[in-house]
Design a binder for this molecule. Structure first.
Ligand SMILES: NC(=O)c1ccc[n+]([C@@H]2O[C@H](COP(=O)([O-])OP(=O)(O)OC[C@H]3O[C@@H](n4cnc5c(N)ncnc54)[C@H](O)[C@@H]3O)[C@@H](O)[C@H]2O)c1
Length: 543
C-alpha cells in the first residue's frame, strides 16, 4: 500500500509516519490488510534533520497549491492519503489570501488528484477552530459551525467539500476534527500555544510566563492518541461509516486548564523542584479570544467507532517526558491511568476498562496494576514483560486469548514491550470493587468465591471462571440471530469479532474491542445483518 502524507515534515506528519513504519501494515480498501510499501512525505518547508531513514520513505518538497504536483503525488489507485498540510490559524489571520489558497484550493487540488484515481481513501485533519463563538456547553458533532478565524472557515469549508466528494463516490473521505494537540516539542505561536508551553517549558527546565488565564478550559489531546486515532479512522471498514452522509467527527479530547496541566507535570516527575518555573500574567483580551475556541469537544460518535481518548493529563505529560525529554525524569512507576498507552474506555463503580495498543518496537512505561484484571487479546504477537527490578522475559499472546491477574492481593508493577510482528492489542478489564491494596499492601481478605452456579443459556459457553468474574463466549453466524434471558446483575459485553448488528447492543457496526456494560436481568436479542461477517462476543458476568 502506498501512503501519502501532506504536511509530512510537520509535527503530526512526522509522528504519523513513524507510527506507520512501526506498524508495517494497514487495512485499506476492501478491508484488506496490506503491507506498507511506500510512505511519501510531501511538504513545502525544509526537511527537519531527524527524518526517518527507512527505505520505504521518500521525501518530496513541493506545494499543494500546484495542481500538477498533486496529480503526480497520487499516482496509483487505492492510495491512502493523509492530508495534513495547512496554513495554521495565526498565519491564516495574518494572510487571508495564502490561507484561502493553501487550505481551500490546495485541498481541492489534492481531492481532484484522488478523484482521478480509483479507491482513494482521504483522511483530513480539520480543527475545533471550526466551532468559533457558540452557546456555552460542549461542542457537539451536530452543531452549526460558526468559525471566528479564516483558518477555521477554511477547515469548515473543507469538511463540506469532503462530504460531497464522498457522497458522489469520488473518494472515501474521513475527517478528524482535532482539538489542540499537545505538547508540541518546539516553541510555537498561536493562542493555544500556552497549552503546550506549560508542559514543555517546565520539563525542559525553562522558566516561562504564560499570558492565558490559568483557569480557562480548552480541549486538548496528546500526540500519541491523536496519531492512533488518525490511523484507526483510516482503517475503519467502509461498512462502519455506511449510511452516514457526514464523514466528519470530533476527536476525543480532555477539557483542561493550564493549572490542570501544570499539576499533572508535577505529579509524574521524580523531582518537581527541577522543573522550570511557570508564572501566569493573563492578558484578558487574549484569554477572551481563546475562550471562543473549542473547550469541551464531545466525541460520542468517534468513541462509538473505536476512537480513544487520553486517560488523564498526567498521561499526556508522562508521554512527553519519555518521548522528548528523558524518561529518567519520571517517577519510577506511574499509575495505570497515567500510562500513555492505556486508554480508559469505560469506567463505573465496578470496573475500569482500558484499551491498550502497543506497536512493534514500542514499550509502555513502568506502571502499577492495583486491581484484579481480566485481559482480552486481539492479535497474535510476541511481547516481552519486565517486572520492577527484574529482567525482560519473552512472551507471546494470541488473538482470542484471555488471561487473569490477581493483582489486588499483590500489585503488579511492570512494563510491556512489543516485539512483533503485530501491534499488541488488548483490553484490560480491571475490577475496581475487588479489594485493591495500597502500594506494598499486605495480604487482605481472600478473593471471593463464585456465589452461584453458572446458568445454562443456549448459545453461551462458559470459558473462564475466576473469583471476580465468569467469561462466556457467544457466536452468531452471518445472517443469523440469537436471543436469551440473562439473569446477571452486572455484565460486560466485549466484541471479539465484529459485524453489523441490530438489537440489544444497538443498530451499528460492532468492531473488535467494543464494550457494553449492562445492569439487571434482561432479555437480549441480536441479529447479525449481511451474509459475510459472523459475530463473536465475550460476556463477562461480574460476581
Ligand atoms: N497540531 C494541532 O494542535 C492541530 C489542531 C487542529 C488541527 N490541526 C491540523 O492538523 C494538521 C497538521 O498539524 P501540525 O500540528 O502537524 O502542523 P504543522 O504546522 O507542524 O505542519 C503542517 C505542515 O504543512 C506544511 N505546509 C504548509 N503549507 C503547505 C503547502 N502549501 N504545501 C505543502 N505543505 C505545506 C508546513 O510546511 C508544515 O510542515 C494541519 O492541517 C492542522 O490544521 C492541528
Amino acid at each position: 500500500m502506498k501512503i501519502l502524507i501532506t504536511g509530512g515534515f510537520g509535527f503530526l506528519g512526522q509522528r504519523l509516519c513513524k507510527r506507520i513504519l512501526e506498524i508495517g501494515e494497514l487495512v485499506g480498501v476492501n478491508d484488506e490488510t496490506c503491507a506498507v510499501s511506500r510512505v511519501v512525505l510531501f511538504d513545502c518547508s525544509q526537511p527537519p534533520p531527524d527524518l526517518p531513514t527507512d527505505s520505504r520513505v521518500t521525501f518530496t518538497k513541493g506545494d499543494i497549491t500546484d495542481a500538477g504536483q498533486c496529480k503526480n503525488l497520487v499516482d496509483e489507485d487505492n492510495m491512502l492519503v493523509f492530508h495534513l498540510a495547512s496554513v495554521m490559524s495565526g498565519q491564516g489571520e495574518a494572510d487571508f489570501d495564502l490561507c484561502w489558497k493553501v487550505n481551500l484550493e490546495g485541498t481541492r487540488n489534492l481531492m481532484e488528484a484522488c478523484r482521478a484515481r480509483k479507491g482513494s481513501r482521504f483522511i483530513f485533519a480539520s480543527s475545533g477552530a471550526c466551532y468559533g463563538e457558540r452557546a456555552p456547553g460542549p461542542e457537539l458533532d451536530s452543531m452549526k459551525l460558526l468559525p471566528q478565524t479564516s483558518y477555521g472557515m477554511t477547515k469548515a469549508c473543507c469538511e463540506l467539500m469532503i462530504n460531497d466528494y464522498a457522497r458522489r463516490g469520488f473518494l472515501d473521505g474521513r475527517v478528524a476534527r482535532l482539538p489542540t494537540v499537545i505538547p508540541r516539542p518546539d516553541i510555537n505561536s498561536g493562542l493555544p500555544a500556552a497549552f503546550s508551553a506549560v508542559i514543555r517549558e517546565s520539563l525542559f527546565g525553562r522558566d516561562a510566563t504564560l499570558v492565558v488565564r490559568p483557569d480557562l478550559r480548552h480541549a486538548v489531546c496528546g500526540f500519541r492518541v491523536l496519531v492512533r486515532n488518525l490511523l484507526h479512522l483510516a482503517q475503519l471498514p467502509e461498512a462502519a461509516l455506511a449510511g452516514s452522509s457526514d464523514r466528519c467527527m470530533n476527536m476525543p479530547s480532555l477539557s483542561v486548564t493550564l493549572l490542570d496541566l501544570h499539576q499533572a507535570v508535577k505529579k509524574v516527575v521524580r523531582d518537581p523542584a527541577k522543573l522550570g518555573r511557570i508564572t501566569f500574567e493573563p492578558d484578558e483580551a487574549l484569554s477572551a479570544k481563546l475562550s471562543t475556541f473549542h473547550n469541551d469537544m464531545d466525541a460520542t460518535r468517534a468513541r462509538s467507532l473505536g476512537l480513544v481518548g487520553d486517560s488523564s493529563a498526567e498521561a499526556i505529560a508522562a508521554d512527553f517526558v519519555a518521548e522528548y525529554v528523558d524518561e529518567s525524569l519520571l517517577k519510577p512507576v506511574v499509575e495505570l491511568e497515567e500510562e500513555p498507552r492505556h486508554w480508559l474506555t469505560l469506567s463505573n463503580p465496578y470496573l475500569r476498562v482500558f484499551r491498550v495498543e502497543n506497536p512493534p518496537g514500542d514499550q509502555t512505561l513502568m506502571h502499577r496494576h492495583r486491581g484484579n484484571s481480566l485481559y482480552f487479546f486481539f492479535e497474535n504477537t510476541r511481547t516481552q514483560g519486565q517486572k520492577l527490578s527484574e529482567a525482560f522475559l519473552d512472551d507471546a499472546v494470541s488473538c482470542g486469548e484471555i488471561r487473569y491477574g490477581d493483582h489486588a492481593s499483590c500489585n503488579l508493577v511492570h512494563r510491556i514491550r512489543t516485539k512483533g510482528p503485530r501491534v499488541m492489542c488488548c483490553l484490560d478489564v480491571e475490577f475496581t470493587a475487588s479489594d485493591c491494596k495500597p502500594e506494598g499492601g499486605s495480604e487482605g481478605p481472600d478473593a471471593k468465591r463464585a456465589r452461584t452456579e453458572p446458568p445454562a443459556i443456549a448459545g453461551l459457553s462458559l470459558i473462564k471462571e475466576r473469583p471476580t468474574a465468569r467469561v462466556y463466549s457467544l457466536e452468531v453466524p452471518a445472517g443469523g440471530s440469537w436471543q436469551g434471558a440473562l439473569p446477571f446483575e452486572r455484565m460486560l459485553w466485549i466484541v471479539h469479532r465484529g459485524a453489523r448488528v441490530s438489537g440489544g447492543l444497538g443498530d451499528s457496526f460492532l468492531q473488535p474491542a467494543d464494550v457494553f456494560f449492562r445492569e439487571g436481568p434482561q432479555q437480549l436479542s441480536l441479529e447479525v445483518l449481511g451474509g459475510q461477517r459472523s459475530l463473536a462476543l465475550w460476556l463477562v458476568e461480574l460476581l
